[in-house]
Design a protein around this ligand. Structure first.
Ligand code: SF4
Length: 206
């Protein structure tokens, strides 16, 4: 990704009171994220192929934190719902995103809201991680990206029975399996130390 694009993105996010930093390598990014994992911290995560690809879930298992691990096997639906609610009082919540614009806006899509809700309110600190593949020019491109790339691929991964799984693009469905129930746009925050964005060079997630 060229320097000019990254500088524009970081500057726009700063203008919206969102700190952001660019990392060239996975090692640099993981070292920087690890600085937030104080002993005993309660850490929740959103479902993210980016975090998976970067090894962040595995990293959390090696730290002296209380990891609210939504992927732990054998959890009942009730236990998982409880864990989702505990995310709201976590010290740190980590998530990927679906698109980020050069105007400094962060777009996310969610099926049940368990990811986007704690990003917006609750956890003391929120770390959002994104590959440079998520960078788009403006709001319009962000929505196109979500409808034609992120959502259809995610619907397929989740074995949803939605038309986009077959067509590879959004068909504006009303399916009970629809994963596009909640769109959020973050375009600023009161506490400029809460949400922080980690941009990493390369393709991570979708
Ligand atoms: S609205 Fe429906 S068809 Fe469109 S991307 Fe979402 S799940 Fe797929």
């Amino acid at each position: 990704m060229n320097t000019e694009t990254i500088e524009t993105l970081i500057k726009s996010l700063h203008r919206n009171r969102i700190h952001a930093k660019y990392y060239k390598t996975q090692d640099e990014l993981l070292a920087s994220i690890s600085e937030h994992f104080n002993s005993g911290a309660i850490v929740g995560v959103g479902d993210s192929q980016t975090l998976e690809a970067l090894g962040i879930y595995n990293l959390l298992k090696t730290k002296e934190v209380e990891f609210l691990d939504k992927y732990k096997t054998g959890q009942s639906r009730e236990e998982k719902n409880l864990l989702y609610r505990r995310n709201f009082s976590a010290d740190i919540f980590i998530s990927g995103i679906n698109a980020i614009t050069l105007e400094g806006k962060i777009f996310n899509l969610d099926g049940n809201g368990s990811r986007v809700a704690p990003i917006i309110y609750g956890p003391k600190k929120v770390l959002l991680v994104c590959g440079t593949n998520k960078i788009v020019k403006n709001d319009e491109e962000a929505v196109v990206r979500i409808k034609n790339i992120a959502a259809p691929i995610d619907a397929k991964r989740l074995n949803k029975k939605t038309p986009c799984v077959k067509t590879g693009r959004c068909m504006n469905c009303s399916s009970t399996d629809k994963i596009c129930n909640y769109y959020t746009i973050i375009q600023g925050q009161f506490d400029e130390n809460r949400i922080e964005v980690f941009v990493i060079d390369g393709e991570y997630g979708y």
